[in-house]
Ligand binder design. Sequence first.
Ligand code: AMP
Length: 215
Amino acid sequence: MKVILLGAPGAGKGTVAKLLTDYDGSVQISTGDILRVAVKAGTPVGKQAKAYMDAGGLVPDSIIMQIMEARLQEPDCAKGFILDGFPRTIPQSEELKALLGKLAIKLDMVANLVVPREVILDRLTTRRTCSNSSCQEIYNVKTNPPNADGTCKKCGKPTIQRDDETEEAILNRLEVYTEKTAPLIDFYRKEGMVKDVTSLDLKEIVEDITKALEK
Ligand code: AMP
């Protein structure tokens, strides 16, 4: 599948993307995960991105497009991909359109995860993420907790609250979403690509998306 997942921070894009990879072996491409790995490794991209990320702002489009142009041409993308957290601005979606045209790749769908604001706020403040860069499994202290000692059930490394999960950064991320990313829904709706997904149940969300893909 060649799918874009749209939705506010905390809408469940990361978790849904991971579940969709089991469906047909498509890869999850999360620009947030790629950037967190770069920050941890202290690469030039990581050094440029860190301050924007910690404040809950967006990393400049030029950096993101440089990452994605290379990533989409890696061999594991041939089977399909689920874009999680990208594109996030109108210029990114326009540049993605040009890039996909150049690579002769056709998108199947843009799934828009619709989640009420109070659910989003609750999820973001209770989220924990595995600190192991190559795992980054997502937990929720209320609904899907890590091990009792706070370690990851998958790899055993400590889970943490992300630097951009302070209340101030969360509110900023939601504002940035409304201002910069929500307009993408209309952009893709005009192209007839959008499937709205309103369920809050993970299994139902995945079923809605895979059924729509099979049509
Ligand atoms: P996420 O894990 O998707 O919530 O992303 C975490 C942070 O990484 C965001 O708050 C941004 O600072 C940055 N980021 C991730 N993806 C993008 C993108 N496509 N464009 C700009 N910044 C991004």
